[in-house]
Design a protein around this ligand. Structure first.
Ligand code: ADP
Ligand code: MG
Ligand code: MG
Length: 913
């Protein structure tokens, strides 16, 4: 299931170990590789090989496999055998084409393309038109009888090569290019003439010399070698690393390098380039979907430099090409039995395929497509349930804008690139987004507004809650990346003019500045002025029900939700939660009308005073529980007794000191001064050096038994009360932070005694369970002892991870980035269970707990309960249920179903990557 492991190269296993085959040729209808060899050839190389073998029009070339990149990363050098094989493959290509790389009257030009096992859109760099130099550009101009085209291709090469290989910032070239356009008073790139472009080239060479302290290399072979190594290095550029981290892709895989004959979409008005999907990637609708630009090359479409044209236009312009493309891509979809995302180029009316891969799609599209493909008999139901990544179900839960109050002012409409609603304050650069978004308590929603996004914006896109671009199509960088992130995005809102320097955007006469609020509707593409409210989603979507209906029969592990209040419990139940796995009681005390009593209780000097305050809290707590029991009628509700340190309920020490100092000056007689002084004294008494490891959990109930008594009374009175209305309450009382069985018996005795008392008073009883959280390493070790008293365990994997690693979850941010960067940790152990350490302890707890009490209920209630990979793990170690936040319930249900289906069907639970 995990996508992070380096699988053993399948096809080269037949090869002897010492003899790695580095280079795989494709051309003239036959390829040495094939579509299954993604480990070696990368996704792109494997696709090119497969398409070549299928007889499709693919420009010939060769792929240098990922092993070469891994060696280069390790040693900084390339293998000699690889160099040799490359030379042979190049010679073969030259012979096939009857051309020489960058030489002669008909020079061979190639692209050098990166391509890893998992597609990383826009993350790695590609160089086009390689082989051009001061001489071959003239030959190309003569041969094509198109000077403009030749010089346009050359300037593109210098630009891409300069940026990718020589690390020259893009803007250095952009300034020259835009300068030339200004000078010529033209708007479009295509309006520059051959002479203009020659001027641009001369200046580009200056830029290269200035920045790289060397001349642009004229030797085609030198260009090729340098480009190849740069592609290897691009595996480790920052944006590739960020993308891999976000998508849980291993840093060790490396990229392949594809060297491929150029075909030219920039040869004039019968040439062009485009991208497309065999189905709509946003909705899943079965419609041929694509965008293209005439007289353009490569990245022009995806980079959003010009807004591309819908594929239906191609049907009018070049009907045969359109039909051929439609036919080829339909065949590809049938062949791969999945949606294809493809790239093509038309050179003077002839179609070439440049890439095909399984298309990324939104969650809604993934579900729609899986269902349609079952109906079309392309796949069966057992496969269909694996076609949706459990995390993607979140898409069904995206909020929508609340337009019920009216007054919605739509200021622009763009393409609905990624669904949902986003309401936030606008910023205009990725860095500003990071600053404005803030962290922790100071977090605030920002919307990143750009003319177009580039891979350099990735850190800003990560923190923004929504993205808006003025340019670009449904396949632009912004669209593809946000869809992957499940983040609301609108692209190509052409009415908007973005001025990054002035930090403002304009639509007609309206100017919005940094910090202004806007609302995005990613489902319709509408940009709305101001700050609308959002309405939460519901799970009663017909497609979703069908898919879940297929998956659910496989599921063997229960799914519950963490919910503290009736509203969340109702929501969770609607999403299919089969109980509450964690109801935290402390949240109930933070409400405005309660915290004074809670504080008074803490301030109390004697047990008597404390009891008096607790008595005031009792009815409130009881009515909370009644609400939850009603919401969960007939389903179990696990209630955790008070857990956090008491000082969390008191004002902050610093705030009190400031208040006291101020009052001493301004109002020394005020009664508040005396009160504040007393609170401060108590705060100082309760002060702990390490509250995480201090007076919390069951230690509270042991120190102040009357707290546990009150809570138990509230629970049981509530349970008996609702029973009168025919509601079946199934309380499971959970004692937190146990490390010895005696703690368990101490608190257990109180609870059982209160229960009996309440049942006697009320003259009726309810069934209940008494259990504990297992959240400290020692508890795992002595789980057999604890199970004597505890009727259920719930693994509190947040604390268990904190105490196993000795990492504070709230402070991990200071060093986790360094740990990830140095490869010390693969990912955040608070996001996905660390199976080797924390998991081993859990397994010990499971095994020992079951030894004492074979039918013990075992759950998990940490954040991990909603993480698909962790859910699969919980299934594997035999937990009874996972519990997660209401909005993760669907995800957990599907992940658990997939895990069980994997066992049953003995299939590999592959995600569509
Ligand atoms: P990415 O992985 O970022 O999509 P690609 O290697 O696919 O990068 O290439 C970037 C762009 O250049 C694509 O639009 C692709 O179609 C185009 N391209 C790549 N190789 C060639 C070629 N040999 N001839 C024409 N266009 C090419
Ligand atoms: Mg591509
Ligand atoms: Mg805990």
């Amino acid at each position: 299931m995990s996508v992070t492991s380096v699988s053993k190269p399948g096809a080269s296993q037949t090869q002897s170990k010492q003899e790695t085959k580095y280079v795989f040729f494709f051309g003239a209808g036959k390829a040495e590789g094939n579509g299954k060899m993604k480990d070696e050839l990368g996704g792109k190389g494997a696709g090119l090989a497969e398409m070549t073998n299928a007889g499709l029009p693919v420009p010939p070339g060769f792929t240098i496999q990922t092993a070469a990149c891994r060696e280069y990363m390790k040693t900084g050098k390339v293998a000699e055998a690889m160099e040799k094989e490359t030379a042979t493959a190049l010679a073969r290509l030259e012979e096939l084409q009857n051309q020489k790389l960058g030489a002669g009257e008909n020079p061979l030009l190639v692209s050098v393309r990166s391509g890893a096992k998992f597609s990383m859109p826009g993350m790695m760099d590609t160089i086009l038109n390689l082989g051009l130099n001061d001489e071959s550009v003239k030959a190309l101009a003569r041969k094509s009888k198109n000077e403009r085209f030749a010089y346009d291709s050359y300037r593109r090469l210098i630009q891409m090569f300069g940026n990718v290989v020589l690390d020259i910032p893009k803007h250095a070239f952009d300034e020259v290019f835009d300068g030339q356009k200004k000078k010529r008073r033209v708007k479009l790139d295509t309006e520059l003439t051959a002479a203009d472009l020659q001027e641009v080239i001369a200046q580009y060479k200056q830029v290269v010399k200035q920045h790289a302290k060397r001349d642009f290399p004229q030797g085609p072979l030198e260009q090729l070698t340098l480009a190849r190594d740069a592609v290897f290095r691009s595996w480790n550029n920052d944006r590739a690393k960020v993308y891999r981290r976000m998508n849980n892709i291993s840093d060790d895989l490396g990229t392949a390098v594809n060297v491929q004959c150029m075909v030219f979409g920039n040869l004039g008005e019968t040439s062009g380039t485009g991208v497309g999907f065999t189905r709509n990637p946003a909705t899943g609708a079965k419609e041929f979907y694509g965008e293209f630009l005439m007289n353009a090359q490569g990245e022009d479409v995806v980079a959003g430099i010009r807004t591309p044209v819908h594929i239906s236009e191609l049907r009018k312009l070049m009907p045969q090409v359109y039909d051929q493309l439609h036919d080829i891509t339909s065949r590809l979809e049938k062949h791969y039995r999945d949606v294809q995302d493809f790239e093509f180029t038309i050179q003077e009316g002839r179609l070439y395929m440049l890439q095909t891969r399984n298309g990324k799609r939104t969650g809604r599209a993934a579900v729609r497509i899986a269902i349609d493909m079952v109906n079309e008999e392309l796949i069966n139901i057992d496969e269909a349930i694996f076609r949706v990544d459990p995390n993607q179900l979140y898409d069904f839960l995206v909020p929508t804008l609340d337009e019920s109050k009216g007054g919605v002012e739509v200021i622009a409409t763009g393409l609905p690139a990624s669904p949902g609603a986003a309401v936030g304050q606008i910023v205009f650069t990725a860095n500003d987004a990071v600053v404005a978004a803030g962290t922790g308590a100071a977090k605030s929603p920002v919307i990143l507004v750009r003319s177009e996004t580039t891979p350099e914006d990735i850190h800003g896109m990560e923190v923004a809650i929504g993205i808006l671009t003025a340019r670009g199509g449904m396949t632009s960088h912004a669209a593809v990346v946000t869809r992957g992130m499940g983040k609301c995005c609108i692209v190509g809102a052409g009415e908007i003019e973005v001025d990054e320097k002035k930090k403002q955007m304009r639509v007609d006469s309206l100017t919005l500045k940094e910090g202004d609020w806007i609302s995005l509707d990613g489902t319709t593409g509408r940009v709305i002025k101001g700050r609308l409210n959002t309405v939460p989603a519901s799970a009663d979507n017909a497609d979703l029900q069908i898919l879940m209906g297929w998956a659910e029969p496989f599921r063997t592990m229960g799914v519950r939700a963490n919910a503290d209040i009736p509203r969340d419990a109702i929501q969770a139940r609607a999403f299919g939660a089969e109980g509450i796995g964690l109801c935290r009681t402390e949240h109930m005390f933070f409400a405005e009308d309660r915290i004074p009593h809670m504080r008074a209780m803490i301030m109390a000097r004697t047990e008597e005073e404390r009891r008096a305050e607790l008595a005031k809290l009792l009815p409130m707590q009881r009515s909370d529980f009644e609400g939850i029991f009603r919401a969960m009628d007939g389903l179990p509700v696990t209630i955790r007794l008070l857990d956090p340190p008491l000082h969390e309920f008191l004002p902050k020490r610093e705030e009190l000191m400031v208040e006291i100092a101020r009052l001493e000056l301004t109002d020394p007689k005020s009664p508040r001064l005396k009160e504040a002084g007393e609170i401060l004294r108590r705060v100082e008494e309760l002060h702990e050096f390490n509250p995480m490891l201090g007076l919390r959990g069951c230690r509270l109930g042991i120190t102040y038994p009357e707290i546990s008594e009150m809570q138990a009374r509230a629970i049981f009175e509530a349970a008996v009360n609702v029973a009168k209305d025919g509601i079946k309450a199934i309380p499971e009382v959970m004692i937190p932070l146990i490390v010895t069985v005696k703690e368990m018996s101490n608190q257990g005795a109180i609870i059982r005694q209160v229960a009996e008392q309440v049942f006697k008073e009320k003259g009726s009883r309810v069934e209940y369970l008494l259990g504990t959280m297992i959240e400290l390493p020692r508890a795992c070790v002595i789980a057999d002892d604890i199970a004597v008293e505890a009727e259920f365990f719930s693994f509190g994997t947040n604390d268990l991870t904190q105490t196993t690693y000795g990492f504070s979850r709230d402070d991990i941010g200071t060093f986790l980035p360094a740990y990830i960067e140095h490869g010390i940790l693969k990912n955040d152990p608070f996001a996905t269970i660390d199976q080797t350490g924390v998991g081993e302890l859990m397994e010990m707890g499971v095994e020992r707990g079951r030894k004492t009490r074979p039918n013990i209920k075992l759950g998990i209630c940490g954040e991990h309960g909603g993480d698909p990979e962790s859910v699969v793990y919980c299934h594997k170690i035999g937990l009874t249920y996972v519990s997660c936040s209401p909005f993760r319930v669907l995800t957990a249900r599907l992940a658990a179903a997939q895990a069980a289906a994997t066992d049953k069907l003995k299939v590999e639970a592959g995600r569509t990557k």
